[in-house]
Design a protein around this ligand. Structure first.
Ligand code: PSU
Ligand code: MN
Length: 302
């Protein structure tokens, strides 16, 4: 059922490093044309890091592992591309539609293809107000049941970071911070919450991946790598922007699958694009780190 490009299929057959990349970040996470520029650049960074990039989406109902330049352009510019989490996969496939995959559905398709390392920007999580709205991203559910390491810059404080970390603990998902004792909050290197676990560099992270799955853990692993210092937006600046975006969300009564894309877009508007610059910078950094992790994991496989 999966359509895997020759390049990715060959790399997987050879045990060579492959890095999965999601597509909701392209279709619903960033404006055009920065989204397609980012997607193309990130594939280049993964290649430069010695791994094969596999951007994942559903096109015409076919789950695709590895995309062409034209595919990326379509995902970036066609407003009819659906945001597809795990629960949406069956109907998008059955109805032969286009879908951009979230962290959750990208994990699922990556695992089906045999890819264990996945790079993105930010994870979904427990939304603020979740104790009454029950809005908890399916990304967390998928992390509890699919063996993929997700390299991200932590979670944005549009979410409740404390409840997100608590939920990951309950679900038995290892949350490793790369090179820091503090869990990162996407735009900022710190969040005020300690790193649940710490590792330093790709070899330690790859060893943890091997250990987790050799022990029979069903879960994924969160690998949180803080945004580079030079690209960080200070909490004092971003906090008020996030508060404003959340108030606008409330006022417009937006919820469900539309909540996260609305908040991301509103934050870009409210920062005059500064948040987008930071977002792109941290995805680049994660691509560099993720390809090194995939290489270290492949080197020690067996
Ligand atoms: N957080 C970000 N950028 C993103 C997303 C989350 O900082 O692009 C996207 C990812 O695809 C993630 C999805 O899997 O939003 C989560 O959506 P929801 O909260 O509806 O589960
Ligand atoms: Mn949700």
């Amino acid at each position: 059922m999966l359509q895997v490009t020759d390049e990715v299929a060959t790399a997987l057959a050879d045990g060579a490093p492959v890095v999965a990349l999601e597509s909701t970040i392209i279709s619903h996470g960033m404006p055009y044309p920065q989204n397609v520029e980012m997607a193309t650049e990130v594939e280049g960074i993964v290649r430069a890091g010695g791994a094969v990039p596999a951007t994942i989406a559903v096109l015409g109902g076919v789950p695709r592992i590895g995309l062409s330049t034209d595919d990326l352009e379509l995902l970036a510019s066609d407003p009819d591309v659906a945001k597809v989490s795990v629960r949406d996969l069956p109907s998008v496939v059955a109805q032969r539609r286009h879908g951009a995959t979230t962290v959750a559905s990208t994990m699922r398709l990556a695992a089906l293809a045999g890819i264990r390392t996945f790079v993105t920007g930010g994870l979904g999580g427990v939304h603020r107000g979740a104790p009454t709205t029950f809005d908890v991203s399916a990304d967390l559910t998928e992390l509890s049941r699919t063996q993929v390491a997700v390299v991200c810059a932590g979670v944005k404080s549009i979410l409740d970071i404390q409840l997100t970390l608590e939920t990951l603990e309950t679900l038995g998902v290892p949350v490793i911070v790369d090179g820091s004792d503090e869990f990162p909050a996407f735009y900022t290197r710190g969040s005020g919450f300690p790193a649940p676990l710490r590792a330093d560099g790709p070899d330690e992270i790859a060893a943890t991946m091997h250990a987790a799955w050799s022990l029979g853990l069903d879960s994924g692993i969160v690998v949180a790598h803080p945004v580079p210092e030079a690209d960080e937006i200070p909490a004092s600046e971003i906090d008020s922007v996030i508060a404003r975006a959340l108030a606008d969300l409330d006022e417009r009564g937006i919820n469900g699958r539309d909540a996260t894309p609305f908040l991301l877009g509103r934050i870009v508007e409210l920062t005059d694009g500064a948040s987008l610059t930071t977002n792109i910078a941290l995805v680049r950094e994660n691509a560099r780190v993720g390809s090194a992790i995939a290489a270290a994991y492949a080197a020690t496989a067996g």
